[in-house]
Design a protein around this ligand. Sequence first.
Ligand code: UDP
Length: 414
Amino acid sequence: MPAVLQPVAVPQKSLSDYTHICGRELIEEVRQLAEPLKGQRVMHVSATAFGGGVSEILYTLVPLMRDVGLQCEWQVIYGREEFFNATKLMHNALQGSPQDLDEEQWRTWRRYNEMNARELPCGWDVCLVHDPQPAALHSLVPEKARGWLWRCHIDLSAPNPETIERLAPYMTSYPASVFHMADYVPSQMDGGVNIVPPAIDPLAPKNMALSPEDASYVCAQFGIDVDRPLLCQVSRFDPWKDPLGVIDAYRIVKEKLPEVQLALVGSMASDDPEGWDYFNATIAHADGDPDVHILNNFNNVGAIEVNAFQSHADVLIQKSTREGFGLTVAEAIWKARPFIGGAVGGIPLQVQDGLTGFLVDSPELCASRSLELLADPELGRTLGRRGKEHVRANFLMPRYLRDYLRIFTELLEG
Ligand code: UDP
C-alpha cells in the first residue's frame, strides 16, 4: 500500500437527471445555492473508498458537487493494519463499547494522522473530514484549507467516556461539524454544529428500479428458491448490525412457517478487520441450515445483487442494536418493500412504526412482525408505498447536496 493519501476516481453524474425523481423545485434550489460557490475547491477525506456508508455516499456526492460547479476531490487516508485495528476499537468505543484504546493505540492513531496531514495537499477552500479515523487533520495542518468541516457518521449518543474525552479536542477544533441527529452531538461540542442526515442515490445501480423478474432471476442464481418467502438483511458483518439476532428471529419464524428462507448479505470493508471474524461467527450461528444464505462481496454480491435482494425479499430487516443512520434502511424502503428495523439510532428517523414499517427491539418481536407481514402482503404493500414517499421527501441525494451547499456558504462567509 502506498504511503500517501490516495485520490478516488468517481463516475460522472448530472444533477438534472434527478429532476423527475426529486422534483424541479429542489433541483433549482440546489443550483441557486451552487452559483456563488462555483470554482471553490472542496476536498473530502475519508478512511476507505470501499465498503460501508461513507464511501457509498461519496461516490454520488462528489460527482454531484462537481456537476454543480465545485472543484471537488476525494482522497482516502493511508493506514496499515495497526491503524485500522486502533480505529475499529475507537469506532466501537464511540458507539458505547467499554474498551478504550490503550496508550500505544492512541499513539498509532495520532502517528498515522500526522503522516496523512503531512501529505495532504494545500489550498482547499473547504476540507471535509469524515469520521474519527482522520479527525486529527484539522488540528495538525489548519493552514491547508480555508474552511474545515468534520462530518460524523456514527452514533455518539452514549460513547465510552474516556474515548470521547480524548477525541474531543480534535473534534472541537473544527469550526463546523455535521451530525445525523441532535442526540449524537457530544456535550463537548461548542458551536458550529449542523444536524443533517445523509441520503441515498436513487439512480445508482443499487437503488434504480429493477423489475420483479430481473430481481428474482438474480436471487435464484444465489440459490434462493424464489417461490418461497424470503427474509433479508443487507449489512456489514458487525456485532452492532446483529446478524445473529436476525438468525434467531428467522428460527422463530421458521417454527411457524417452515418454507421461509433468510439471506444475510454483507460486504467486507477494507477498514474493518473485525469483519471476517464476525462473518465466521455468523456462519457458525447458522449451523449449516441450507435455508440461511450468507453472502458477501467476495461471492460477487455487488450493487445490482443488493438491489435484487432488496427488491425481491418479502421482508427486509435491519435489526441493528446501534446504527448511526443506516443507509441500508433508506435503500430498503426505497424499494417499497415491507421493512422491519431495530428501534435505535437513525432508524426511527426513517421508519415511523406501524406507518412506514415496523420498529422492534428483540428477535421475538422481529419474528412476530415478520410473520404478520408474510401473512398479509397488502399490509406490506401499504407500508412499503408510504415508506418510499418518506424516503423521497427526506433521504435522497439532492437534498443532502443542498444541505452541504448551505453549510459551505456559511463556512466560507464566516
Ligand atoms: N452494502 C453493500 N453490500 C453489502 C452490504 C452493505 O453494498 O453486502 C452497502 C449498503 O448497501 C450501504 C452501505 O454498504 O449502502 C452501508 O451503509 P450503512 O449506513 O447502512 O452502514 P455502515 O456500514 O456505514 O455502518
